[in-house]
Structure formats: structure tokens, C-alpha cells
Design a binder for this molecule. Sequence first.
Ligand code: SAM
Length: 292
Amino acid sequence: MAGERWIAETLFDELGFRMTFKVERVLYETQTEHQNLVLFEHKLFGKVLMLDGATQVTTRDEFIYHEMMTHVPILAHGGAREVLIVGGGDCGIAEEVLKHKSVARLTQVEIDASVVEFSKEHFPEFTGPVLADARFDLVIDDGMNFVRKTDRRFDVIIVDSTDPQGPGAVLFTHEFYAACKRCMGEHGIMVTQNGVPFFQPGELVSSVGHFRKLFADAACYVAAIPTYVGGHMAMGWAARDPRARSLPVETIAERYAVAGRFATKYWTPQVHAAAFALPRFIAEIVEKAKAG
Ligand code: SAM
């Protein structure tokens, strides 16, 4: 209808597939130093943020990805004090990490200062508690530079990046993963945003292939996120201690109890354990990557 605006996600154009949103209102639109950014209101998903034509976060389904990228590695580690987020612009992951009182320090390394600035105004539900927390520090830098140079050691690294295009491409390289390993503690765990295997199998094969060469344990776990369209979303898993991935549900539940049973809407100890049980086609992608 005349006057109606629909915004399409162009991430899968090569596949001849587009998810399209009917826009209630555009709240913000700009070309930053690094990427195209648009924020709009949607009837079902609330506020929707897109960077370079790829959906990043919506207020309605953000909890799924943010909880699974955070509580799985932190409770699997069991003693995480130093946590690093690479990317994470909107601070949705940081908000979940800081629910863990055991975390002494959280550093977020984001390349695009304007994403954080704009999130202060448009995602105060994330940035408000995060920027008020003394444990949080923000570094504006390319994640590759930071992990290559830092002399700090992290228990958990969460790579909440854009897709392997533009500024995000370097975060899917062997060089980046090797630099992350260098700054991980003895029982360190790294998790990565690793795309939707049904549409992006190559992304998972490539990352798990790198993990296999660098870490004692290389795998992925999954969750279904409505606006990361295409079925299961894969979260890459690279760990220095192979036992961390197969903890009994009882142990995960005990650690959650010690952490204060903070509120969640998706993550549970049972969902945590089950997320590593992969559908066969995804398990075959991971095995192919491990076979090298
Ligand atoms: N959850 C979203 C997803 O799955 O697509 C990602 C959310 S977050 C907004 C992604 C952030 O990664 C963006 O703010 C982007 O600026 C940042 N980013 C991209 N490349 C980066 C790099 N090389 N170093 C640090 N941050 C980077």
C-alpha cells in the first residue's frame, strides 16, 4: 500500500531469500564509519536493529540469543571472573553477563562507538544497568587488535559479532581465534555467533575447523531465534577443557543455584545440556569440519 515501508534483510540475497519487516516507524537511520545502521519499530518484534542489512537484535526475541551466549559458557566454566565480549554493541550480552555476581570484571571491545552511543538512547534496558556497573569497561577497538595485544587473561570470551562481512570478517579467521586462545586462562571457553547452519553451513565448517586445530574441544550448540531466520542458530564452542561441554544437568543446576537463580526466559539447566544435542545435519557439518 502507498506510504507503507517494508525493510528487507539482504543477508541471504545470494540464496534468493529475504525476510521482510513491515515498518511501523523508523527511529534512526545512518551510515556509520563502519556500517549501515537502521532501527525501526515493528508490530510484533518491537524495536529492530539492522546493520548492513542483517538483523542484529529485536526487543521481543533478544533474550534467547543473549541468554544462551552468556549463561552456557559462564556456568560451564564454573569459576569465571574475567570475561571478554568482542563486539556486543547493543550491550544485551553484557547485561546478562553482569547477572553473574562471580564475574569480577567484564570488558567489551566494540569497533563502532556509534553503535554503543545510539544504544544508550534506544536500548536503555541493556545499557542502563551495564554502564552503571563498576565491573564493566568498554574499549573501542577492532577485536583483532585487542586480543593480539592484550596481556590480560580471560576465563570466558563471547564473540557477539556481525556476520563474516565488512568489519566482522576478521573475527572468523584462524589468526583471530589463535589470538583469543593466547589470552584465555587454563580452563578458558570461547563462544561465537556462528550463523544459521541451514543457510550458512560454510561459516560453521570454517570456524569449527579452526577450533579443532587450536583447542582441546571444538563443537557448537544451538537455539532457535525467530529473527535469525532459517531454523537453528549455531553458537561456536572452543574450550581448553573438554569436560566443560558435558556437565551433568545436576551440576549446571547447582552452579545456577550458587549464582542466585537470576531470572531467565529461555535458558534452563536442561536447555543448556540439550543445546549440545545437535540435529544430524548440523552434527554432520561439525564432523566434516573436525575431519578437516
Ligand atoms: N547478535 C548480533 C548478531 O548475531 O548478528 C550481533 C550483535 S552486535 C550489534 C555486533 C557488533 O559487532 C556490532 O556492534 C559491530 O559493530 C561489532 N563488530 C563488528 N566487527 C567488529 C570487530 N572487528 N571488532 C569489534 N567489534 C566488531
